[in-house]
Design a protein around this ligand. Structure first.
Ligand SMILES: [Zn+2]
Length: 62
């Protein structure tokens, strides 16, 4: 079992490289999309809602 892979909170894919925010993980490709995405992009609301999930996620795993 590869413990270095983490599941991305945004896209659900597993990746070794990415960003840790609070108790969540964002893969490098999603990180790039988030910093580059335009507010008029149709996926913008999706990213915003996922980011809210990350930032306001309660410590459910504790
Ligand atoms: Zn991702």
């Amino acid at each position: 079992m590869n413990t270095t892979d983490q599941q991305c909170t945004i896209c659900g894919k597993e990746s070794e490289i990415g960003l840790h925010i609070v108790s969540s993980f964002i893969c490098s490709s999603c990180e790039q999309e988030i910093v580059q995405i335009d507010v008029e992009d149709e996926r913008y609301p999706f990213f915003v809602s996922r980011m809210k999930t990350i930032l306001y996620e309660p410590n459910a795993n504790a």
